[in-house]
Design a protein around this ligand. Structure first.
Ligand SMILES: NC(=O)c1ccc[n+]([C@@H]2O[C@H](COP(=O)([O-])OP(=O)(O)OC[C@H]3O[C@@H](n4cnc5c(N)ncnc54)[C@H](OP(=O)(O)O)[C@@H]3O)[C@@H](O)[C@H]2O)c1
Length: 300
């Protein structure tokens, strides 16, 4: 059974992953800035540590999963917040590299976070073979990925998991549910921007797949095979909840309320395809949005 060190293990995706890893009997170590808070949300069997030095020198770490980072969608982006988004991811990834450079045996694999923001805005379909367009999200992901790729010098296999909008009890869907349930939901801007989403269960399965597939390397898109436009997303969510979804939030209001964050995360989108894992035979349990939303909102 592999031993896995995970950063960001106390977060939305990390907790789901840790629960699944516990079911599988994997040995898990979570690195957290707040050990007590992390223990409260994680299964008891998981070791939670505050510093890398707490890992005994004779305990081999087979895989590192690196998800930690300051959340992007909570506030308007100021210059100092943007620096924190970058520094929190880059500095921790560099610290992991420094730590494992000095250990006798480096990990077999680093599964490191990134996001579909890497690709920049657009409505043409993109996959792992495409480059990225400039913008803050692209620069953030590029810097995070470059830090992670240092592990290749240690002979470690590196996967860069370019994650889409993860749908679950937290994150984007949770923020949308209240207005939609009140009948106040609807498209954002012209609604033509794409939303490349993934069900939280498929996200966990895909991370597991990255851990277990020893020939998988480089960028890996973590998005369902059928991305939709924002208009289609809101119509589907409205239909699943049996609520109207016609109240448009105009682009100018998004810019006024959320500034650059609103432009990059709400008004612009990416149409991302998970070509690499599909080619390798990975099967999504929720490839289509409607069944994903039905499952998550418990509607049949
Ligand atoms: N959820 C999505 O839809 C989505 C989409 C694309 C990309 N991602 C990326 O995937 C990663 C995991 O997502 P998530 O939704 O699970 O995130 P999350 O719930 O916000 O959790 C992130 C974790 O990172 C740690 N963290 C937060 N601020 C930090 C800081 N300033 N410095 C160091 N560590 C910090 C926290 O762990 P401790 O408090 O225990 O240290 C937190 O539990 C994130 O990096 C996120 O940007 C997520």
């Amino acid at each position: 059974m592999p031993t896995i060190l995970i950063t960001g293990g106390s977060g939305f995706i990390g907790v789901h992953f840790c629960r699944e890893a516990e079911n599988l009997g994997w040995s898990m170590i979570v690195l957290s800035r707040n050990v007590e808070a992390a223990k409260k949300v994680l299964p008891n069997s998981i070791d939670v540590i505050a510093t890398l030095e707490q890992i005994p020198s004779d305990r081999r770490v087979d895989t590192v999963i690196n998800l930690a980072g300051e959340p992007l969608a909570n506030n308007r982006w100021t210059e100092s917040r943007k620096q924190r988004f970058c520094a929190s991811r880059r500095d921790l990834t560099n610290a992991l590299f420094d730590f494992f450079s000095q250990r006798q045996s480096p990990p077999d694999a680093l599964i490191s976070g990134s996001a579909i923001g890497y690709y920049g805005p657009g409505t043409d379909a993109v996959d792992e073979s495409d480059g990225g367009k400039d913008g803050f999200s692209h620069r953030l992901c590029d810097e995070w990925e470059s830090s992670a790729l240092q592990f290749e010098k240690l002979g470690t296999r590196v996967c860069l998991v370019r994650t889409g909008i993860v749908l679950g009890e937290k994150g984007a869907l949770a923020k949308m549910l209240t207005p939609f349930k009140l009948g106040l939901g609807g498209p954002i801007g012209d609604g033509k921007q794409f939303m490349s989403w993934i069900h939280i269960n498929d996200m966990v399965e895909l991370l597991k797949y990255c851990v277990l597939t020893s020939n998988l390397t480089g960028p890996v898109n973590a998005t369902a095979p059928y991305p939709v436009t924002n208009r289609e997303f809101t119509q589907t969510l409205g239909a699943v909840l049996h609520r109207p979804a016609v109240l448009t939030m105009p682009a100018f209001m998004v810019k006024l309320l959320f500034g650059e964050m609103g432009v990059e995360l709400l008004l612009q989108g990416q149409r991302v395809l998970p070509t690499k894992v599909l080619t390798q035979g990975f099967e999504f349990r929720f490839p289509q949005l409607k069944s994903a939303l039905r499952d998550l909102t418990n509607k049949s």
